[in-house]
Unconditional design. Sequence first.
Length: 218
Amino acid sequence: MLRAMLSKELRETVWIALSGVLVQMYFVVGLMDVDLMTLRARGRGGVPFVTDNFLASFVMVAAVVAAVLGFRQTVTESARGTWLFLLQRPAERWHLLAMKMLTGAILYLVVSAIPVWIYAWWAATPGTHVGPFEWSMTLQSWQCWISVTGVYFGAFLSGLRPARWFGTRLAPLIGAGLLLGLAQIVPYWWTLGLGAVLLIDAWLVATILAVARTRDYS
């Protein structure tokens, strides 16, 4: 049963993940300044990950992908009236919701890591650009990569809640975004900030499971 649920979620959401990779790679290729005649990446000068706009474009696309994934997995079920069909399967309700969230979160994490690795691999290759490069320069990108998981869970919760779109339905997504933004300025981020992000994610997941348990799906 859970394997069938996983297959269903992948079929319905993998196109979102692939679209996100394509958009991310469009920005990455632009930063590499690929010569279309020779297909050689020359770089636009400056220091990768430090003086370019990779982080801004990366966070923007990653947040959109995470939000679309969260809404796709919840709002679509409500629109098609399939929640009752899914939740009456021979499995615990929280197992089904957990499988949905696990699928969406892993998809986001995998596809959003690809452009960071490719751009870092290019930046670390000698002769590709004139600026210096150290792998530690990628830390802020990984910091944002893990933080955007909260956007996914916030969108999932907003899509699951039985509230009005012009009311409080988007409150979890907006609140999670604000909290995650504040968490970025926490000192000693990889100890304190990461802990804050994980706590926010845990709170969102617990709230999702509580709402799923009490919601009237009729």
